[in-house]
Ligand binder design. Structure first.
Ligand SMILES: [Zn+2]
Length: 337
């Protein structure tokens, strides 16, 4: 279906003049203080992940060492680029759409040409501040969170840490674990293709992930249709690990040690509710059927229930007992990261 003209034009501006639009977007929706808070959050997650790596019972000390070096070498791109691109050569006139596009496209072409023969600029952004996305890029060992995903319900400058760690914290933890999965293991801390795992560690990692496949295969989505455990393995492993890392990181904040309730919920409960809140969607059965067969991510509901069922604190926070719908026996709960 063709998008409305306004949407098409907004998209064109984002594609061609992304960092000019980004400056306006950030000015309106992403304060310096929000950026600082998001960075604190990412730093706490890094710290929490390092501690979890140290405590792993299945990874050798030499691989742990390399994993932590890689973890602390991750470049963090939060909100917007440190230096903005220059668009002074682009000529824009309100009445000349076609000429504007040509001028901006030419500028982008020159921008690419200028890189020839020069060292890679690692500070360059390949998405725009106004794009809702989050990703780990193995070839640069970087995580990227544009200002547009650092918004409610994922992140709210005015909200407590419980909401932010349960929301964007889980997403950030998810992206961080991608640096260490079957894909990420093929790249070293500088983004070069080198496998830094020992063979035994990798075998143990693979064996552990089989538990994830088996558990997600049991999740029923539509009548007889189940989540495809093998197809969604990498993403489910990242979800389970990401949530656990985010919870540990939340514990590093003052509120993580507090018991003051807010709207009748403890901080830990608010953390879990926030996770559930970021994955709220509505979709038709036909689309869900398509999703199940093609998308490497589990359907949103299982991106919430799957990781929570494996988070020990979830049982404590909500007093989950044997027989409850989301209960898993202690020996069945998965802990990879
Ligand atoms: Zn992912």
């Amino acid at each position: 279906m063709q998008k409305a003209r306004g949407e098409q034009i907004a998209q064109a501006v984002d594609n061609l003049l992304g960092e000019a639009l980004g400056q306006l977007y950030v000015k309106k929706y992403f304060t310096e203080n929000a950026r600082k808070r998001a960075l604190d959050l990412v730093n706490n997650l890094q710290q929490a992940f390092a501690t979890r790596i140290t405590r792993l019972d299945w990874m050798s000390d030499s691989t742990k060492q390399k994993a932590k070096e890689k973890l602390f070498a991750i470049t963090k791109k939060i909100g917007y680029p440190d230096k903005w691109r220059d668009y002074t050569k682009v000529h824009i006139e309100r009445s000349k759409y076609f000429e504007n596009v040509v001028s901006a496209a030419n500028n982008n072409y020159q921008h690419q040409l200028q890189k020839l023969g020069k060292p890679v600029d690692r500070s360059e952004w390949f998405t725009t501040p106004s794009t809702v996305t989050a990703y780990y890029n193995p070839a640069a060992n970087e995580i990227v969170f544009p200002a547009a995903i650092l918004q409610p319900p994922y992140f709210d400058e005015a909200a407590d840490d419980a909401l932010n760690y349960g929301g964007i914290g889980m997403v950030i933890g998810h992206e961080m674990t991608h640096a260490f999965d079957d894909q990420g293991a093929q790249f070293d801390k500088d983004g070069n293709v080198t496998n830094w795992w020992t063979k035994d560690d990798f075998t143990r990692f693979k064996a552990k992930t089989q538990q994830v496949v088996d558990l997600y295969n049991t999740f029923t989505v539509l009548d007889s249709l189940h989540v495809k455990g093998a197809l969604t393995l990498g993403e489910n492993t990242a979800d389970i690990g990401g949530l656990a890392i985010a919870y540990d990181a939340f514990k590093l904040t003052p509120q993580g040690h507090d018991t003051t309730t807010f709207d009748g919920f403890t901080p830990g409960q608010r953390f879990c509710i926030s996770t559930a809140r970021i994955w709220r969607v509505k979709m038709k059965d036909a689309f869900m059927r398509y999703w199940i067969n093609n998308n490497p991510h589990s359907p949103p509901m299982w991106r919430v229930n799957g990781p929570l069922m494996n988070l020990p604190y979830f049982y404590l926070e909500f007093h989950i007992q044997a027989g409850d719908k989301m209960y898993l026996g202690e020996q069945d709960r998965i802990k990879i990261w």
